[in-house]
Write a protein that binds this ligand. Structure first.
Ligand code: ZN
Length: 303
C-alpha cells in the first residue's frame, strides 16, 4: 500500500471498492498542492487496479473539503523555494512568469486533473458532508455520483469574495442549471443537500452519522454490475454531454477564468490575481457568512 501524507485509503470487498479520504481535518481538508498531487496518484492507482470497481472520494472530519488551500503554513511553504517546496513548483509552467505561469499551473493542477478524474475508467462516488464551497465542488463534480450528508451545503463564493467568474472547472451550469448557476455565482448563496437532490446533482441524502456506511452500501450496488456495463453507461453519458458542448464549454470557461485573474493582476501593484476590498469585495477572512438562497428573501437570515 502506498504511503500518502494527506490521504487515507481504505479498501472493501476484496478491493472491489476503494475509499480515498482526504485527511487534513485540521485544515478542513483544504486542497494544497501535495494533497492534489496525491489525489491524482491515488485515482490513477485505483484505475490501474483491475480488482477495483468503484472509487469513493470523501473527506475525514466534519467537512468534505473547504476548497483550495489559500493560506495554510503548509501551502505557503510548498510554494516558496526551500526544503518544503513541492517538486511541482519547479515544473509545468511554475518557472515561467505572469499569465503563462498561472495559466499552466492552474491548467495542470486545478483543471486538467479534475477533468482527468471525471474521465477515470472506474465508477466514482463523491461523499460529501458539511459546507462544500468553491473548489470543494470541483472534486465532487468530477465524480459520477454524489451522495451527501443531511448537513451538506453547496456554494461557490469566488465571485463575491474574490471577484472571480467561477472555478477553473466550470461545472456550474451543468450541475445547477443555467439560471440557478448565475444566481448562486452572483450572490455567493448556498443550497442545501435537499435542493441539490432536486436539481439532480446529488443522488442520495443520508444522516450525517450514517454517511460512510450508507455510501459503502450504495457503492456495493454499483460494484455488482459487470464492469464493462458500468463503464459504458458512464462513458455514454459523458460522451453525450461532451457532444452537448460540455468539453468545449469547460475549455472556454477556463480561459475566461484566466482572463479574470489577469484583470486583477494587471490593476494591482502587487500583482494579486483576485479582487481586493478596494475593488468592492470584503476582505477574505472578514467576509460575511455564506447564507442559504431562500426563495422569498433577498438576504437570508444568517444561520
Ligand atoms: Zn484560478
Amino acid at each position: 500500500m502506498a504511503e500518502y501524507r494527506y490521504l487515507e485509503i481504505e479498501t472493501f470487498d476484496d478491493e472491489a471498492i476503494t475509499r480515498i479520504l482526504m485527511n487534513r481535518p485540521e485544515s478542513r481538508n483544504a486542497q494544497n498542492r501535495g494533497l492534489l498531487v496525491e489525489l491524482g496518484q491515488a485515482f490513477e492507482r485505483a484505475e490501474a487496479d483491475d480488482q477495483v470497481r468503484v472509487v469513493i472520494l470523501g473527506g475525514a472530519g466534519p467537512l468534505f473539503s473547504s476548497g483550495h488551500d489559500l493560506g495554510s503554513k503548509e501551502a505557503m511553504a510548498e510554494r516558496q523555494p526551500g526544503p518544503d517546496q513541492h517538486p511541482t513548483m519547479r515544473i509545468n509552467g511554475a518557472t515561467r512568469k505572469g499569465l503563462e505561469n498561472r495559466m499552466l499551473q492552474e491548467w495542470h493542477y486545478f483543471f486538467q486533473n479534475t477533468l482527468r478524474w471525471r474521465n477515470l475508467r472506474k465508477i466514482t462516488i463523491g461523499q460529501a458532508q458539511g459546507p462544500v464551497y468553491a473548489a470543494g465542488l470541483m472534486l465532487l463534480w468530477a465524480c459520477d455520483l454524489i451522495v451527501a450528508a443531511d448537513n451538506a451545503r453547496f456554494a461557490d463564493v469566488v465571485g463575491t469574495r474574490l471577484g472571480m467568474c467561477g472555478l477553473e472547472y466550470f461545472g456550474h451550469p451543468w450541475e445547477f442549471g443555467p439560471r440557478k448557476a448565475k444566481e448562486l455565482l452572483l450572490t455567493g448563496d448556498s443550497i442545501d443537500a435537499e435542493e441539490a437532490y432536486h436539481l439532480g446533482m446529488v443522488s442520495k441524502i443520508f444522516p450525517t452519522e450514517e454517511l460512510s456506511d450508507r455510501t459503502l452500501e450504495f457503492a456495493r450496488r454499483i460494484a455488482a454490475l459487470p464492469t464493462i456495463t458500468a463503464l459504458l453507461i458512464k462513458e455514454s453519458v459523458n460522451q453525450s454531454v461532451d457532444n452537448m458542448g460540455f468539453y468545449n464549454a469547460l475549455q472556454t470557461c477556463f480561459n475566461m477564468h484566466q482572463m479574470n485573474h489577469s484583470h486583477w493582476a494587471e490593476i494591482h501593484d502587487d500583482r494579486r490575481a483576485g479582487a481586493k476590498p478596494e475593488d468592492g469585495v470584503p476582505p477574505w477572512r472578514e467576509a460575511p457568512p455564506v447564507v442559504p438562497a431562500v426563495k422569498n428573501l433577498v438576504r437570508s437570515p444568517t444561520s
